[in-house]
Design a protein around this ligand. Sequence first.
Ligand code: NAP
Length: 248
Amino acid sequence: MEVLVTGGTGRLGQRISGPLQEAGHSVKLMSRRGAGPGGVRGDLVTGQDLSTALRGAEVVVHAASDPRGDYWQADVAGTRRLVEAVDRERLRHLVYLSIVGVDRIPFGYYHAKFATEQVLLASGLPVTLLRVTQFHEFVDELLASTRRGPVLPVPMGWRVQPVDTGDVAAHVAQVVGNAPTGGVIEYGGPEDLAVADIARAWAAAREPSAHVVATPIPGKLSAALRDGAALPSSGERGRRTYGEHLQG
Ligand SMILES: NC(=O)c1ccc[n+]([C@@H]2O[C@H](COP(=O)([O-])OP(=O)(O)OC[C@H]3O[C@@H](n4cnc5c(N)ncnc54)[C@H](OP(=O)(O)O)[C@@H]3O)[C@@H](O)[C@H]2O)c1
């Protein structure tokens, strides 16, 4: 099938062509810059080049997002634009990359992801909403940016189940070939881990001089993450552990 991946230059987008092509699909990777092999331009905020990018698509893997920008525009309104621009006669499956816990973790970006899911559920398109846990690279980036000199402060008691981005890409290729579920499925890594333990493993492998300090964080967001709201309760699991990822 002809597959258009939105977010083609992202962490996941960069890993996804291989598994999709191995499954026999032809792949175009959309982003604002249209960079890289198979890259095409398309902007979810302005709508520029969107129809051209979507032309001929039988499958859309919707992995574009702007968590650091105006995600109500890029993610929610942008997905409305995507729904309007898609060729309904040709489209067989739209797989949306969401996040485990978007329905129960009180965090602005997650509210926008949940609202995006509602846009897709109301669209009448053949959708699967694939909620995934945190990618290993994303965890690394968060920890690197959290470090303050010799101290690496982390929230006490938060639990996550990070997943290998390559495992996610392979799973997306599998989901693309399945019938649309019309609802939510989950996917996560192999281990339920305390954020403090992840930080200690990261520090040992990457920044041995950093000292991890677990700090209690008040509030509803923190309570939800302590209660396991970011952990998947169903769906398949990736195989590669965070420790294996750190070993390279
Ligand atoms: N990272 C995680 O740990 C994680 C975990 C679970 C689920 N997810 C979800 O999985 C998806 C992919 O995540 P990721 O980490 O791979 O994303 P990412 O690295 O942040 O990449 C985002 C992509 O979206 C594109 N983009 C941003 N604004 C756009 C716009 N206005 N129009 C068109 N494209 C735009 C970017 O391309 P340009 O900047 O080149 O346009 C880039 O290719 C996201 O929906 C995310 O919420 C991520």
